[in-house]
Design a protein around this ligand. Structure first.
Ligand code: SF4
Length: 281
């Protein structure tokens, strides 16, 4: 199997979700048939939804107490009209925080593509469903589309912060989410690829620097930043802006940047935010 966005686009024709589902079936260990796979993906969506609810609890705290309760605060701030960004992105941001904080509190989440970046896809999909009324079947198709881009990234570069920095985790999730948004809004496969490219290039070089080695700070807050990049990347592509660099090349650049990162910025808990004096106490 040729793991490239170029190949995905050549095979997709007018239906990127169908070929993405086929790719998933070829690579999935959970299902032997399309019916089993669809059922599994609906279960995935259900876990995402539950984690977004759980993470919104006011008194939620992570095991080490570094995070928790922030999603509730943000959602309340959005509802009260205190925020500047408007309702859609505010609700999306709060859900990204919720799922990421659910993970930090040892709740059940979907690693999409990793636990550290688990808030981005659910936040985007569930909030677009709330806003535009998409069905669960449409969200599952969007998950297939996101998964196809994730598969290419995993094969050509990395989805591991320890290997490629946070660009490989939150960056990959943002690229996958951007492609999913384009799909849901009726864009074509080339636009989905451009959206993924825009998102990845905006997060290129992002380092992995978890404070105390825990997936809490800055991880949960990066999930929020990544949804805004995914959304704006998708909007550019949907408006007809063509990315001058093919998606495969951006992914390859991500691998090269990841290889060049020093070990202190690859999940060792030494550099970046982890090295800030207040975090080393
Ligand atoms: S900073 Fe590192 S551990 Fe945290 S989400 Fe990013 S890649 Fe994962």
């Amino acid at each position: 199997m040729d793991h490239s966005v170029k190949s995905l686009l050549e095979q997709a024709g007018g239906n990127i979700a169908a070929i993405a589902r086929q790719w998933q079936l070829q690579n999935d260990v959970h299902a032997q048939s399309v019916e089993e796979l669809d059922a599994y993906m609906h279960e995935v969506l259900s876990v995402m939804r539950d984690s977004a609810v759980k993470g919104m609890e006011k008194d939620l705290r992570s095991v080490r107490g570094l995070t928790g309760g922030n999603a509730y605060k943000l959602m309340e701030g959005v509802k009260a009209g205190k925020t500047a960004g408007g309702s859609l992105i505010g609700r999306m941001a709060a859900r990204a925080l919720a799922v990421a904080e659910c993970n930090a509190a040892m709740g059940r989440i979907v690693a999409a593509p990793t636990a550290g970046a688990c808030g981005i896809l659910p936040a985007v999909l569930l909030t677009l469903q709330e806003e535009y009324g998409y069905t669960d079947d449409q969200l599952v198709n969007a998950l297939y589309v996101a998964g196809a881009f994730g598969l290419v990234i995993a094969h050509r570069a990395s989805i591991s912060g320890a290997q490629g920095g946070c660009q490989a985790e939150c960056g990959s999730a943002a690229g996958m989410a951007a492609a999913a948004i384009v799909y849901l809004k009726g864009g074509d496969a080339a636009q989905a690829a451009d959206a993924c490219s825009f998102a990845l290039m905006n997060l290129l070089g992002l380092v992995c620097d978890p404070v105390k080695g825990l997936v809490e700070v800055p991880c949960v807050f990066r999930n929020v930043g990544a949804i805004s990049i995914a959304l704006t990347a998708a909007d550019m592509a949907l408006s007809g802006i063509v990315c001058p660099i093919p998606c495969d090349e951006v992914i390859d650049a991500m691998r090269q940047v990841g290889d060049a990162l020093p070990s202190s910025l690859r999940e060792t808990g030494e550099g970046g935010c982890a090295g800030c004096p207040s975090m080393c106490k």
